[in-house]
Design a protein around this ligand. Structure first.
Ligand code: NAD
Length: 514
């Protein structure tokens, strides 16, 4: 541990309220008691920050109705003018960078630089979306008939329902919202019940941007609640796209419900990311890449490195260095600039971690580092846990499972084919990397018969993607893509247009009729 004393819950509550106030949110207006409350808590102490009134089913329906009404007009606003709203949002996010980062640290437990980094991602995606607002290009297609023009246009889709996870409480919202707004959609957001205050700040800043540019207030609606609230949103036929980020368990529940009403789904679910370390790897760089990806964010990123597949000639040396580096990681108060590992989201997450480690050891795994709980004397209801490294004899069932905690399983391989088979031998398909200086190996890993993930990297870790690329993964990760590249297409509908400007009526495929 860093030796720095943890802040107490009262101090954190005051800090959160001050940040919210600067973002234009009066916390008192949202607090409520009774059965339908959402508890705002902080993993720094495990203490409660506020009791918030949960959105009722009737309020959820009204929010969707309002978003739908607003969509009917918003879709006709020229895209560059919609971009002006997102531009203003980006300015406000920049001005309130520290406030948002405070809230991310308080509610999600991220260390300072990662919290600021997450806010930077929001600012970056706003920039990207503003540019996109002038680039929602369709195509003109070479048609087969004379005197005809064949083309496609992209139109706004409708209300986008966003469900988001606790571990990226602001970035995931902004990826969806900045892009959806320029695409002419409106958004109803059901954030994680673990990060409601952060959500209020985002909603407050967007409301200010809306007022500043004179956009309609109904472009964004926030719902506070847990699973049932999300289910109501998912089942509403006025919600054209459900963009859901979270566990595979959640995706299994959400996807069939959306499919049952022929709605569209964009799924960003769990990962079980691996790195292959080949004999030619630059070891200094590999150790840094591995430790950041595996222990950063206390192992609570969807792209966290969970499996290390190392060439057998290298394994002992590399593992020794990783274990040494893990021993040096300062753990503690995420507000302390010296800290690199903050708390897990809850003591339940620690229980899940301990169970997974016990299971790994039962199936022959050897715990080489970590798993100790720290600072329990200062914060008995929080979970500060040392990231763990476990050497596994084979890829057992627990290794194939995503445990949302800092556990790095180490496996060894002899041939690259074997490494790739191990790599792809899990149900999830989000992020992957190879550490090698051999171009043949690197290219093979990126080829059609290489990594089967949505993200495949060379000589960097599995986490920390830039917003310019499309983000998402295959298999149980759900197949969705968000953020950059052409991910915007998921938020629009495509119309294929054939215009006949001749006086003839030739039919396609040479069909004759009349
Ligand atoms: P979670 O699945 O518990 O919750 C995610 C969201 O879904 C929350 O808002 C929750 O209230 C809601 N929800 C849960 N069940 C629902 C249902 N049946 N109907 C409607 N809404 C429902 O996830 P979490 O614990 O907050 O986040 C961690 C998980 O998210 C990990 O598995 C992680 O890998 C994944 N994740 C994935 C990505 C990605 O982009 N692929 C990003 C971040 C997190």
């Amino acid at each position: 541990a860093t030796g720095h004393r943890l802040p107490d819950t009262d101090a954190l509550r005051a800090r959160a309220a001050a940040a919210l106030d600067r973002c234009g949110v009066d916390l008192d207006a949202y607090t409520g008691a009774g059965a339908d409350t959402v508890l705002a808590r902080t993993p720094l102490t495990g203490g409660t920050l506020a009791h918030l009134a949960a959105t009722t089913p009737e309020q959820t329906d009204a929010a969707v109705a309002e978003a739908h009404r607003t969509f009917m007009d918003w879709r006709t606003v020229p895209a560059p003018r919609r971009g002006a709203l997102v531009k203003r949002l980006g300015e406000l996010l920049t001005a309130h960078r520290e406030d948002l980062a405070d809230l991310v640290t308080i509610e999600a437990g991220k260390i300072r630089s990662e919290a600021l980094g997450e806010v930077q991602e929001m600012i970056d995606i706003c920039d990207f979306a503003v540019g996109l607002s002038r680039q929602l290009y369709g195509r003109t297609i070479a048609g087969e008939r004379p005197g005809h023009r064949l083309s496609e246009s992209w139109h706004p889709l409708g209300v986008v329902g966003v469900l988001s996870a606790f571990n990226f409480p602001v970035a995931v919202w902004s990826w969806n919202t900045a892009v959806a707004l320029v695409c002419g959609d409106t958004v109803v957001w059901k954030p994680s019940e673990l990060t409601p205050l952060t959500a209020l700040a985002c909603d407050g800043l967007l409301a200010r941007a809306v007022a500043d540019v004179g956009a309609p207030a109904g472009v964004h609606r926030l719902l506070l609640g847990a699973r049932e609230c999300g289910e109501r949103l998912v089942d509403d036929p006025r919600v054209a796209l459900v963009s859901a980020t979270g566990s595979v368990r959640m995706g299994r529940q959400v996807a069939p419900r959306v499919a049952a009403r022929f709605g569209r789904c964009l799924l960003e679910l769990g990962g079980n990311n691996a790195a292959v370390v080949a004999p030619s790897a630059d070891l200094d760089l590999t150790v840094r890449g591995v430790v950041f990806s595996a222990a950063g964010t206390a192992g609570q990123r969807c792209t966290t490195l969970r499996r290390l597949i190392v060439h057998e000639d290298l394994a002992d040396r590399l593992v020794e260095r990783i274990v040494h580096a893990y021993g040096q990681l300062p753990l503690g108060d995420p507000f302390d600039p010296a800290t690199l590992v903050g708390p897990l989201i809850s003591t339940a997450a620690h229980t899940a971690m301990s169970e997974a480690l016990a299971e790994a050891q039962r199936s022959g795994g050897k715990l080489l580092a970590g798993s100790e709980r720290c600072l329990a004397d200062q914060a008995p209801h929080a979970a500060y846990v040392r990231p763990a490294v476990v050497r596994m004899p084979e890829q057992t069932e627990i290794v194939r499972t995503e445990t949302f905690a800092p556990i790095l399983y180490v496996l060894t391989y002899r041939t690259l084919d074997e490494a790739i088979a191990l790599h792809n031998g899990v149900p999830q398909g989000l992020s992957s990397s190879i550490f090698t200086r051999d171009q043949r190996e690197a290219e093979r890993f990126l080829a059609a018969d290489g990594s089967d993930c949505g993200i495949a990297n060379v000589n960097i870790g599995t986490s920390g993607a830039e917003i310019g690329g499309a983000f998402g993964g295959e298999k149980e990760t759900g197949g969705g893509r968000e953020s950059g590249s052409d991910a915007w297409r998921a938020y629009m509908r495509r119309a294929t247009n054939t215009v006949n400007y001749s006086a003839e009526l030739p039919l396609a495929q040479g069909v004759s009729f009349l």
